[in-house]
Design a protein. Structure first.
Length: 252
């Protein structure tokens, strides 16, 4: 049987050691022994709070005929792979998209759910939460305005319950949603102020005719909040704006 490029995606891991990375890769398998399908973006962190790093893989591309048996690929998806003593536990992987219980919105072709992924503890509870960019989300008739979602982490991994979402039409978020802004083209959770909670940074590379801008969302014990969020672009940085795509990606 021929496989298309979507079927061929794999998660490959090289073990680290005292002399560096191992020469050979390990392929992450599902519980049935088949290889776990991967995607375009990946991040690592402790979602379930144990001592092993977990993986989150984003696959923002919908796929084609080979995905008829993979409905979660619609609109993009993320795959959570918990870590263990012997490496990633593909047999315990969980998959989420915008049709998953508790996740705001709906899975629609071309949304790009998973175009950016990041892990960080947003509320200081010891579990890593997952930021997911959805840069091609339409807001009403506004095409490709974009959004970002934050899925809570728990002792059993991520959950859709309690997921919060932001876009440029969310109350207290500076600016306004416009076509092709691609808000969520990049998302990063980082504890910038060292208070034990990760703030949410979001890039919108299509803002202002592809000049691009960044947004910062503060966090509280209840998680990220739009209140107090702020934005900055090339005027603040003193860089060239034209077609720069500021916020296309963050250093992972």
């Amino acid at each position: 049987m021929l496989l298309d490029e979507y079927d061929a995606r794999r998660i490959l891991v090289r073990d680290g050691g005292s002399t560096g990375l191992a020469e050979d890769y390990t392929v992450v398998d599902k519980a049935d022994g088949d290889r776990l399908q991967a995607g375009e973006t990946i991040t690592a962190g402790r979602v379930d709070g144990d001592k092993y790093a977990d993986l989150v893989v984003g696959r923002p591309v919908d796929g084609y005929d080979s995905d008829l048996g993979l409905p979660l690929a619609k609109g993009g998806m993320i795959t959570y792979v918990p870590g263990g003593a012997n490496g990633p536990r593909g047999d315990r992987a969980k998959v989420f998209n915008q049709d998953s219980a508790g996740v705001p919105g709906a899975a629609e072709a071309g949304d790009g759910f998973g175009a950016s992924v990041s892990i960080g503890d947003v509320n200081g509870d010891g579990y890593g939460d997952i930021a997911v960019g959805v840069p091609h989300e339409d807001l009403g008739t506004t095409k490709d305005a974009g959004s970002v979602l934050v899925l809570p982490g728990t002792a059993s991994g991520p959950t859709g319950t309690g997921t919060v979402g932001f876009n440029q039409d969310t109350a207290d978020v500076p600016g306004a949603a416009e076509a092709n802004d691609r808000f969520g083209g990049a998302a990063k959770l980082v504890d910038a102020n060292r208070d034990g909670r990760s703030e949410l940074a979001v890039g919108a590379p299509g803002e202002n005719a592809d000049a691009g801008s960044l947004w910062i969302f503060p966090t509280t014990a209840a998680g990220p909040t739009a209140k107090g969020s702020f934005t900055f672009g090339h005027g603040t940085l003193g860089t060239v704006a034209k077609s720069a795509g500021l916020g296309s990606s963050f250093n992972r």
